[in-house]
Ligand binder design. Structure first.
Ligand SMILES: *Cc1c(COP(=O)(O)O)cnc(C)c1O
Length: 386
């Protein structure tokens, strides 16, 4: 059966060129980068070459890149290590209501440990107002962490403005840029951030590898304690094949970005407009323009997100919903609640995130199937009467 993968914000397939670059580091070049013989040094050179590629993608110096086990670890460590290292200056941190759980739950964990947390509201498009941030900063605030783009609704935040507000008050700024690095231009100097998290598997690299950018001179503690790897900041024998794959994926993403982002933006727009045109009772979520290329998120009235996914999967279409049936009843995501999606539609959320292998035909087929599926679900729904 035809397979149409439209869940690229969840993960992406590994690019064949990335896999090819990784394989030698599973076989011949298995040395430990800390070993002094040539097999170890070959691995070390590969790690450093990848560090340069990742740094170059985000406009950083290679010495500012610390490889982690992924976006989640980068978020956890950035926030916790920074707050602990600066606890003598203050114990207040600020985040937003639409963050990924890797950020939100880390902040809540710190709150339980005695730090003070402010969670900023967002507008109906999911944007944090710089003015709202300004008002939340007080003596004792040491860190602001706000994501670059939201994984559920695709909205891209005005990070440059937000970081400037934080810096104006002498507060450091971290951003979770897992959904933007490799998809849209991201330059740490241009954004003016002190720390930034990225992940490989969202950009056609392998899972289990990511990085944290830490601006030179930042006062932050060790991310993991142990050996001297990653400039004594993040202990543990390096995931050499993963790092090589991430480097290759970063390089390819940079090369493909101008053409691919334009194509995905057009393809996403066609899908969004088609759905709104063909299916009544549809509401787009997220910002209409400030979006991740190819990210389509919406809510259908009187249908449940999870009940859409199964029939779609039956047609080979893979997508996701922001509403999860976790405790026996349907719970809308914190993101949809934060942007104020009304009660009648909040359970019917669907996210289709396009990627480099999706075609115009995929979009046409998905439009046709979706229209059919929604009509069928509504026909049997007690909630829906025309
Ligand atoms: C996927 C994702 C993460 C987690 O990254 P992993 O590498 O899977 O741990 C964090 N933040 C955002 C916004 C994401 O989309």
């Amino acid at each position: 059966m035809r397979q149409i993968y439209m869940d690229h914000s969840a993960t992406t397939p590994v690019d064949p060129a990335v896999l090819e670059a990784m394989i030698p580091y599973f076989t011949d070049l298995y040395g430990n980068p800390s070993s002094l013989y040539s097999k170890g040094q070959a691995a070390k050179r590969a790690v450093e070459a990848s560090r340069r590629k990742v740094a170059s993608l985000i406009g950083a110096d290679e010495r500012e890149i610390y490889f982690t086990s992924g976006g989640t670890e980068a978020d956890n460590q950035a926030i916790a290590a920074y707050m602990f290292a600066n606890a003598d200056r203050g114990r207040h941190l600020i985040t937003s209501a639409v963050e990924h759980h890797a950020v939100l739950d880390t902040c809540r964990h710190l709150e339980k440990a005695g730090f003070e947390l402010t969670v900023l509201p967002v507008d109906s498009h999911g944007l944090v107002e710089p003015e709202t941030l300004k008002k939340a900063i007080k003596p004792g605030t040491t860190l602001v962490t706000i994501m670059h783009a939201n994984n559920e609704i695709g909205t891209i935040q005005p990070i440059k403005e937000l970081a400037a507000v934080a810096h104006g008050a002498g507060v450091a700024f971290h951003t979770d840029a897992v959904q933007t690095v490799g998809k849209v231009p991201v330059d740490v100097k241009e954004l003016g951030v002190d720390m930034l998290s990225a992940s490989s598997h969202k950009i056609y690299g392998p899972k289990g590898i990511g990085c944290l950018y830490i601006k030179k001179g930042s006062k932050i503690g060790k991310l993991l304690h142990g050996g001297p790897q990653e400039n004594k900041m993040r202990a543990g024998t390096e995931n050499v094949p993963g790092i090589v794959g991430f480097g290759q994926a970063a390089e390819l993403a940079g090369q493909r970005m101008p053409v691919l982002s334009a194509r995905l933006t057009a393809l996403g727009r066609r899908l969004r407009e088609g759905i709104v045109r063909d299916i009544p009772g549809t509401h787009l979520t997220g910002h209409p323009e400030l979006r991740i290329p190819g990210s389509v998120s919406l809510c259908f009235e009187h249908v449940e997100g999870e009940s859409i996914l199964l029939p779609l999967d039956g047609y080979g279409i893979m997508a996701s919903t922001g509403s999860a049936c976790t405790t026996g009843f349907l719970e809308p995501s914190h993101v949809l609640l934060a942007i104020g999606v009304p009660h009648e539609t909040v359970h019917g959320s669907l996210r289709l995130t396009l990627g480099k292998d999706n075609s115009d035909e995929d979009v046409d087929f998905t439009l046709k199937v979706l229209q059919e599926v929604i009509e069928r679900l509504r026909a049997v729904s007690p909630l829906y009467n025309k």
